[in-house]
Ligand binder design. Structure first.
Ligand code: HAM
Length: 428
């Protein structure tokens, strides 16, 4: 046998048994975001590398270590998108959608990051992404969070909690950053290698350190929330008030800084309590400077992305899944004429009963084999198309989950006969 080609590490196949959970999530999201007035937009998976460098930031882990970048045949540096916000922002600019207009947009699809794979962290993963551009908030911030809270309720996901923070404006953050660098410089000998590396380029990320030995040092660091500019403070207070008004519980986490550079003011994360390190199921925030930074007219924006793999895992854990689709009718074919005419008969039934699922026996097999397959299909009703029956202008019908005997139905009235039989079996 030829050597097997292995799948790429961190990139998963989604098997038929899992697809039901994905479709359930996709359907629920689509319905909910449409009800909140978000319009779907689809952007390419490949973009110019420069887009991500300029928006996410060269010194972030995502851009510095995790991008799938390559040179195209035409010599351009392209990158498989590690996230969707940059592409969505680029698209509203490229398609001249701004001009003072406001948009509520969403998209869904695969993202790529060269991270170390582990449970809940993959190299190809999927996000649902919502972006509201042209809204200065804080009402839109609160509404977006309300939408996510409603999604958890709709999906029956319970053990998630909301953390929020404000990163202030770039100016107030710059001043805070200086304080932070001075603080960590004073403790340079206690910094781990990762934090030392971040000290110059991205000191706020040191606050995010997962290293237990760094926790004491991080706990003593000055807090961003205490150095916010007045407007950001008012924005944040208003958001907190709105969340209280609509009954969405939150925790203020002053160390929530997020790993992408484009954020300003509101940032938030929904954390799942039961999973391990990879516990953020939905994260986002405001990016008031991003569109201008990408060459568009200055336009505020806010959005979030949810990790679909992580939410699917929670759905499976909670047992909140719709039952898998099964056929209504399994068609058993018995004899030469039946085998020859079976497909045409079933196609006619598919025309007449487009709502019904028919599974025709494929690849012959004796009566016993075919009934075993019928049983495994979980269809409630079998149709028996045999040479004998065809000669008499009828077809046999047999309930598969009840001990009722076989009946016959004239071919001319088969569609009505099937509907009546299915109705009597509780499959209206
Ligand atoms: P992010 O925090 O990098 O933000 O990712 C958002 C979510 O995607 C995370 O909370 C997590 O659920 C999921 N996720 C991230 N990386 C992985 C991975 N390697 N494997 C599985 N799931 C993962 C963003 O991407 C921003 N673009 C969100 C945003 C939209 N901000 C404003 N608008």
């Amino acid at each position: 046998m030829a050597e097997q080609i292995q799948p790429i590490r961190g990139m998963n196949d989604i098997l038929p048994a899992e697809v039901g959970a994905w479709q359930h999530l996709e359907r629920s999201v689509r319905e909910l975001v449409t009800a909140y007035g978000y319009e779907e937009m689809r952007v390419p998976i490949l973009e110019h590398t420069a887009l991500f460098k300029r928006s996410i930031g060269e010194l972030t882990d995502v851009v510095g270590k995790e991008m799938y970048s390559f040179e195209s045949q035409g010599g351009e540096s392209l990158t498989l998108r590690p996230e969707a916000t940059a592409g969505m922002a680029r698209a509203v600019i490229s398609n001249r959608m701004l001009r003072g207009q406001r948009h509520k947009l969403w998209c869904m699809g695969p993202m790529f990051r060269y991270e170390t794979p582990q449970a809940g962290r993959y190299r190809q993963f999927h996000q649902v992404n919502l972006e509201a551009v042209g809204f200065a908030g804080p009402d839109v911030d609160a509404e977006l969070i309300a939408l996510t809270a409603r999604l958890w309720r709709t999906l029956g996901i319970e053990r998630v909690r909301l953390q929020i923070n404000s990163l202030g404006t770039p100016e107030s953050r710059r001043a805070y950053r200086e304080l932070l660098v001075a603080y960590f410089r004073g403790h340079e000998s206690s910094l781990d290698a990762d934090s030392l590396r971040r000290l110059e380029g991205n000191p706020l990320r040191i606050l995010d350190s997962k290293n237990p030995e760094m926790q004491e040092l991080v706990a003593g660091a000055p807090l961003l929330t205490e150095h916010l500019d007045q407007e950001s403070r008012d924005h944040f207070d208003a958001l907190c008030g709105m969340l209280r008004d609509i009954g969405v519980e939150y925790e203020i986490n002053p160390r929530l800084v997020r790993g992408l550079d484009y954020y300003s003011r509101t940032v938030f994360e929904w954390i799942n309590e039961s999973s391990g390190a990879q516990n953020a199921v939905c994260s986002g925030g405001r990016y008031d400077g991003l569109i201008a930074q990408l060459g568009g007219e200055p336009t505020p924006g806010i959005g979030f992305a949810m990790g679909m793999e992580r939410i699917v895992a929670l759905l499976v854990q909670a047992g909140q899944l719709p039952s898998p689709a099964k056929p209504d009718v399994y068609v058993v074919l018995n004899g030469e004429r039946a085998s020859a005419e079976g497909l045409a008969l079933v196609e006619r039934l598919r025309n007449e009963l487009p709502r019904r699922r028919f599974e025709m026996n494929l690849g012959n097999g004796n009566f016993k084999t075919q009934f075993r397959r019928a049983d495994r299909s979980a269809a409630p009703l079998a149709l028996i198309v045999g040479d004998d029956e065809l000669a008499r202008g009828v077809v046999g019908m047999k309930p598969l989950r009840q001990e009722t005997g076989q009946t016959e139905c004239p071919i001319a009235q088969l569609a009505q006969g099937i509907e009546a039989a299915l109705a009597s079996l509780g499959c209206a």
